[in-house]
Design a protein around this ligand. Sequence first.
Ligand code: AMP
Ligand code: ZN
Length: 115
Amino acid sequence: MSDDCIFCKIIAGQIPAKIEYQDDDILVFHDITPQAPLHLLIIPKKHITNLNEIRTENADIISKIFTQIPKLAFQFEISEKGYRVVNNCGKDGGQTVFHLHFHMLGGRHLEWPPG
Ligand code: AMP
Ligand code: ZN
């Protein structure tokens, strides 16, 4: 746990969140400022700052996260209509919370390209 990390505090139960799923390795909760009817954040329970820290040794967490995503899509009935998974890495990537997370957005048509 990183003491000054808001997502680590959510994992520790120190800050409330609307949790959809968790297991030993990952946590899924609703974004506090949703950008679509469904806006989930999928995060590792272990503090990883961002994608720059992914190596062969810790890449299993990416597989776990991406295995959960189609299950969530089925649960929220957006598998067929579609959805978007986004990772913002670093300041130019738009990252504001420095604990690795993937946004899952669905429930409306999403424009492309992003700004
Ligand atoms: P990013 O800009 O990619 O780092 O995304 C961080 C996301 O975390 C934003 O979409 C925020 O709305 C969201 N967020 C920040 N604080 C909280 C919180 N306490 N609970 C849920 N989502 C949060
Ligand atoms: Zn953290």
